[in-house]
Design a protein around this ligand. Sequence first.
Ligand code: 3HC
Length: 674
Amino acid sequence: MSVITTSRQGPVLILTSDNPPVNALGAAVRQGLQAGIEEAKGDDSIQAVVIICAGKTFFAGADITEFGKAMAEPSLPVLVDQIEALDKPVIAAVHGTALGGGCEVALASHYRIAVPSAKFGLPEVKLGILPGAGGTQRMPRVAGVEVALEMATKGDPISATQAKDAGLVDRLAGEDSLLADAVAFANEVIGKPVSRSSERPVTVDAETFATFRATNAKRFRGLDAPNTIIDIIEQTAGKPYAEGVQAERIGFMKLIMGQQSAALRHIFFAERKAAKIDGIADDIQLRDIKRVGVIGAGTMGGGISMNFLSAGVPVTIVEMAQDALDRGTGVMRKNYEATAAKGRMTAEQVEKAMGLLKPTLNFDDLAECDLIIEAVYESMDVKKDVFGRLDKIAKPGAILASNTSYLNIDEIAASTSRPQDVVGLHFFSPANVMKLLEIVRGAKTADDVLATAMALSKKIKKVAVIAGVCYGFIGNRMLMPRQVEATKMLLEGATPEQIDKVHVAFGMPMGPFQMADLAGVDIGWHRDPNRIENIRDALAAEGRWGQKKGAGFYDYDEKRQPSNSPRVAELIEEWRGKLNVPSHEITEEEIVVRTLYTMVNEGALILAEGMAQRASDIDVVWVYGYGWPPYRGGPMFWADTEGLKKIVEGLEKYGFEVAPLLREKAEKGEKFNR
Ligand code: 3HC
């Protein structure tokens, strides 16, 4: 059966696309739409066309799986022009998400009607490309240059109401009567001259582009796609559509052939692949999670709770003392109110979320929960004690989770009589903001527990990855060689600034020492001033705990602006002498090898040990948990682009033991991500 079906209501031809899951505009859809337009052209009894989609959404874009392959006719740019060229009105009837090519089909249609819950967006930039089916040309003409720049360079969708205000939507339909309302709309405009968006002028103020560039300079740093989009919209603004669309095509082809787009498309699919758990059927029966329990109302416990509250899941939060409980819930409320102040939440939503929270001092209240997450002090003894107590009171079948960042889940599970129900849920700080969740699979964790955790992660809008039990799991384990080497290089002659600069230039939000100062130099310190074993201990012992103390690896002023610290330079010198480390000039190449190649090496060990299901999962961890620049595709994808042979040579040059899997792949000319 064709993915496009045609039907008639009087003079109106209805083209319905049914191409699950998201009505991507693959070859069959394009051919079906083209045939429909041809039919309308050749049949005098047809006087208008409605384009509508079945299933959960209007076209969510071009079919990304077709990128890089030979494109079957008609291409999307050709199709949208054919839709617009029809001299009978075409009405796009939109529900769900009209994204990318889908939004461009709507823009090429002569009218747009949408249900209030619909969304419109040009997310191509997130794949490292630009709207390539007339979007850079029609959007400025329909919604204005400002809206077009905002949508095309940032990629975030707008609501149907915002789209209506911007002129992108002509009419709102009833939520349940889209087709009927679209046909009625079509009947109203039959016989009227069609309004083609490509024929409209672009009005533009000369200042707009300069202002937009300046405001977003930091955000677009190092990114090819948004900068190309601004250039194209600016350069073609006063020109005819036909000329503009040519510039768009050239820009599109250039971007899609580029490394950044390949990396971003890799991450798009990697994120979705990460949700698939090897060896577990998709239709496994999940456990029902109606209420979540959280132990500990500190920064982590509070942040974790907020995820569930925001998703409408009630939370019981337990603390040991009233003041800690009050402080914790107070911080949660403050965070919600700050979000509301930025207009990203209504006051009602704040109250609704907080209304789902039950703060308590009574540990036994956790008996009502279906999933209990422990977020207490990172100590095996403390965790074992908590799990032993949970074992006695949790209901049968409740999932017992630890938010540990390093500790052995199997050992924790062994302190219960139900290790099959125990799992690690490693959230990243701040837990209400960071997208990553490592789901740690213990030796005895039941399949349905893992699958339930994975499904829940989607509900709370996290990107989850399955990790095996090893020290630091995937993310923190790979952080270790980076941190160790960065610190060694200080003693060998580098400065914190020199190392951080290389990481920032690479595209990381910050370097290893900036990160240490932000997280706290005192983290992991034994707090014994008589035991100073390394430079980090020395800083911690002097109270240089990082940003929170105004001093760490850097000095900070009142505005938290960092500057190089003479005291840190002194300490480095002192330790260099004490440990008798000869210094040498540290080059950028050395920093890259010792802090980035070593991560890849550790990633290869993780992969070989089966601690990550696939290389792309490691990439997802680093992009969503640690700010690895998405346009470099994560460490394993980046290693592939560097060339594994080069990575091996770099590691050998600086005396590292090369992971066997990395060496093997390099020798065979293979990649981590195929
Ligand atoms: N092409 C091919 N497959 C797509 C796709 C697309 N554009 N969009 C989604 N899919 C696939 C996903 O890979 C996933 O497959 P899987 O089940 O095998 O893993 C499946 O559809 C469902 O996707 P999600 O899990 O993401 O479903 P959600 O319901 O959470 O989200 C969505 C739906 C908001 C539509 C989201 O999928 C999305 O954002 N998709 C990408 C949209 C996009 O980037 N469009 C622009 C494409 S580029 C373009 O149009 C170029 C043009 O200008 C020429």
